[in-house]
Design a protein around this ligand. Sequence first.
Ligand code: CP
Ligand code: NVA
Length: 310
Amino acid sequence: MAVQMKGKSLATLNDLTREEIEQILKTSELLKLQLIRGQEHPVLKGKTLAMIFEKPSTRTRVSFEVGMWQLGGYALYLSSTDLQLGRGETIGDTARTLSRYVNGIMARVFAHQTILDLIEHSKVPVINGLSDFSHPCQGLADLFTVYEKKGRLEGLKLAYVGDGNNVAHSLIEGCSKVGMNIILACPKGYEPDSKVVSLGKKEAKKSGSEVKVTNDPKEAVKGADVIYTDVWASMGKEKEHSERVKILKPYQVNSRLVKGAKEDYIFMHCLPAHRGEEVTDEVADSKNSVIFDQAENRLHTQKALMALVM
Ligand code: CP
Ligand code: NVA
């Protein structure tokens, strides 16, 4: 039976049950198929989505905007500097006001607390389009992509190599819920948040999988089905870039490192990539790379999410 998700907000993947994640993936599959067949699906006809951006975006902005249009609705792009938010109006008042006009809010913010404040004061569902802590929409697209490529999620091994950042957090949450093993190789001091790891371990126990953190990239990729990396300096950390490049250099995903993975491993990256830093062209453009399918799947999974919660 379908799980009722109407009205639900999404700050992190921990807000979703395994059944809800599976429902989003199934709905994504259906919507993707309908799009390929040219079947219209205006299930959000007359609905509007406000999209608040504190940071730049290519994929998130375009996929939400196009997705909303394909669902028969309308999306408004709101740069935080153009809103009264940029002149000191509170998040609470912004959320209360927007709730009077729109049916959903998507926000890309610096501080994760801003997402939590939006959720607290909004009367309509709020979707996190990336915060410094979490990138749940990316995590959903990633699970869907792995499922499409491998035909299953349970029992697979995903190796995340690099900075233990927002994307890493969402992968820990997502993988542990659906029964995928995840091992993260990060330098000392750049490991994922310890609370995310311990909660992930608890979820993994329930789903029969494992969450592990190491400092050794070779150990992580050994026998992996999926190798995943992300930029070394996320948005907001630009000032630390040169220091991070030095520390994270041994964590580059290159042709030498990927030799340890399964022969049919897939390479994933949320994009944008800093080619030559966290990943070489050789790997990013190899036959194992699925990075643009992954980017495309942002569209299908977010449409599914919006259709279900709005
Ligand atoms: N992966 C992702 O969120 O990309 P954008 O920053 O382009 O939205
Ligand atoms: N970790 C990156 C992801 C970009 C989509 C960042 O936060 O900048």
